[in-house]
Design a protein. Sequence first.
Length: 362
Amino acid sequence: MKKHVLKTLMMALFVSYLSCIAIAQEQNTERIIPLVEHCVIPVGSLYRMPIKEYSSKMVDHVSGKKRYVIRYESDNASVVKANGNTFVAKSVGTAQLTMTAYKAVPGTNDQADLTAPIGKATFTVEVKQEVPLEMPPIDLPWGSSRELITPLLTEKGSKLFTSTYWDMHPNVSEEYRVGIEAFLNQNMDFPVTLLTFNSRNQLYRKTLIASSWERLKVPKVSAVWKWLKEQGFEDRGINVGSNMWEMYHTPTQTLATVGYLAFQSTLYMYVDFLYDNKEINAVETIETHQNIELELSQKGHDVTIVHPQREKGEVLVFNSFGERVVERQLVNGKCELPNLPSGLLFVVVTGAKPVKVFIPTH
């Protein structure tokens, strides 16, 4: 009798164990990895949580070019209120949010089939009265190659995201993917940077995808507009065709515009930086002799650059974080760069190959 009871108990425990494994495996196939597990946003702003990695079920669903719908739930609506596929910061405090991805009802774009969840994530939102805008690196020289730009961004904490980006958006045709590289970072305001290169591998467009419309939508009021103004961009007013604001930076021939795009099945906004007012091939005039190598001499923190074929031109020095640390001009084909900061630097000169320089600590 005792053996029978023991056998029955062991069988029940084994079945329970298998059940727990099955539940865990099922939950794992629905696990979404959000951009961050804790974010800080300002009062009054409406945000979306970007997804770093889809759940297994989402990957299968999206690979068939099928739509999904995001819905949020909040455990503290007085601080953060769920608003369909967005959430709104109502007051200072903290709330935990649950983000669930559902299959879209067939024939609809934004109607969730609540009986068919395919992904879930939880994260914490901290709301403060004010949160400073954090712009990702945009001071990347026009005409630069992927080989120069990629280490600048990765050193700053960005991750090459191109393959995953297109897997998440299989409906985008191959012709529209040409020349585009995507980078992911943990900046809640601008999680993804899209860089576009022409057929000569020269950068001519930078697109920053924004999680919050409030950060850039309204001219003269939004944080991005004000930041660009501080950087020397001039207001061009509202574009009649797009009904969106435009700004222009004359020294670098950069047009800044804003707009909307579908990203991860939700409508995001973006701020776009385009070289030479939409003339795509004009960037080729920046560096017409990419095979020319600079003559470089170094003594400690002092560097001298000599261009063998050009008397004048711009000399830019970037650190490994993508920040411009020096800006000079060639004079009679020569440029002195004294007292450079320590670390790995990238020297970009008009009409020549970029060069790397390592400046010692002492």
